[in-house]
Design a protein around this ligand. Structure first.
Ligand code: MN3
Length: 237
C-alpha cells in the first residue's frame, strides 16, 4: 500500500464526510429538542370497558406518534423548531405559509392528544370544588354539563373535538372544534376537558355509535386533572 501524506489523508476524509450524510453527523447538542410521544399514564386496558385496549394502543402508539413525527418534520428548519407547542399553536399566523396547515393539524394533534390521555382516568368520579361550583354556576349540574358535551360531540360533523373550556372572561363553556383545532389557536380559552370524536377514537368498539362512546367517556374522565387545568386557567386570567 502506498504511504499517503497528511494533506492527502485529510482531503480523503473530507470528501467521504461530504458524501456521507449520516444522521449522527448532523446531530449536535445545539439542535432543537424534538417533540416526543408522551407515555400513556396507564395501561392500554386501564379504561376498559369504556375504551378497549386495542383502540388505546392504536390511538396512542400510531395516531399520536404520527402527529408527533409530522410535527417534527413540519417545524424542522423553521424558527419554530424547539419552541413550546402552546406558543406555536397561539402563533400559527406567523408560521411560514407552506408549513402552516401541517403545523396546525399535527401540532394540534400532538397537543390535543397529550391532554386527552391525561383527561382520562380509570377512577372516574365527579368534579370537586372549585371546578364543581363553576360547573353548577355555568350549567346547573354535572349531568347538564354532560348533556352539553354530548350535544357538542354529536353536532360536530366529521372529525373533531368537543371541549369544556375556560374562556377569556374565566367562564366555563362547551365548544367544539373541527379537525385537530383547539381554543389555543384563536385564543378563545383554555381546555379543561376534551372528547376526541374522530372515528379512530371509538370505531373498533362502537362503530358508528358516537353517542354510546361519549356516554362511556363520561365514566372515565380525570376530574383531578380537569380541576388542575381549571385552577391554572383561572389563576392566569
Ligand atoms: Mn385522536
Amino acid at each position: 500500500m502506498l504511504p499517503i501524506n497528511r494533506r492527502e489523508m485529510l482531503k480523503t476524509a473530507g470528501a467521504s464526510a461530504a458524501l456521507l450524510t449520516l444522521p449522527s453527523i448532523s446531530f449536535t447538542a445545539d439542535e432543537p429538542k424534538l417533540f416526543e410521544l408522551p407515555k400513556l399514564p396507564y395501561a392500554f386496558d386501564a379504561l376498559e370497558p369504556s375504551i378497549d385496549a386495542k383502540t388505546m394502543e392504536i390511538h396512542h402508539d400510531r395516531h399520536h406518534q404520527t402527529y408527533v413525527d409530522n410535527l417534527n418534520k413540519a417545524v424542522a428548519g423553521t424558527e419554530w423548531a424547539g419552541k413550546k407547542i402552546e406558543d406555536i399553536l397561539a402563533n400559527l399566523d406567523k408560521v411560514p405559509e407552506a408549513k402552516r396547515t401541517a403545523v396546525r393539524n399535527n401540532g394540534g394533534g400532538h397537543y390535543n392528544h397529550s391532554l386527552f390521555w391525561q383527561m382520562l382516568s380509570p377512577k372516574g368520579g365527579a368534579a370537586s370544588k372549585p371546578l364543581a361550583d363553576a360547573i353548577t354556576k355555568a350549567f346547573g349540574d354535572q349531568a347538564k354539563l354532560f348533556e352539553a358535551l354530548k350535544a357538542a360531540s354529536l353536532g360536530r360533523f366529521g372529525s373533531g373535538w368537543a371541549w369544556l373550556i375556560v374562556d377569556k372572561a374565566g367562564e366555563l363553556k362547551v365548544v367544539s372544534s373541527p379537525n385537530q383545532d383547539n381554543s389555543l389557536m384563536d385564543a378563545s380559552g383554555s381546555p379543561v376537558l376534551g372528547i376526541d370524536v374522530w372515528e379512530h377514537a371509538y370505531y373498533l368498539k362502537y362503530q358508528n355509535k358516537r353517542a354510546d362512546y361519549v356516554d362511556a367517556i363520561f365514566k372515565v374522565l380525570n376530574w383531578e386533572f380537569a380541576s388542575s387545568l381549571y385552577a391554572a386557567a383561572t389563576k392566569k386570567g
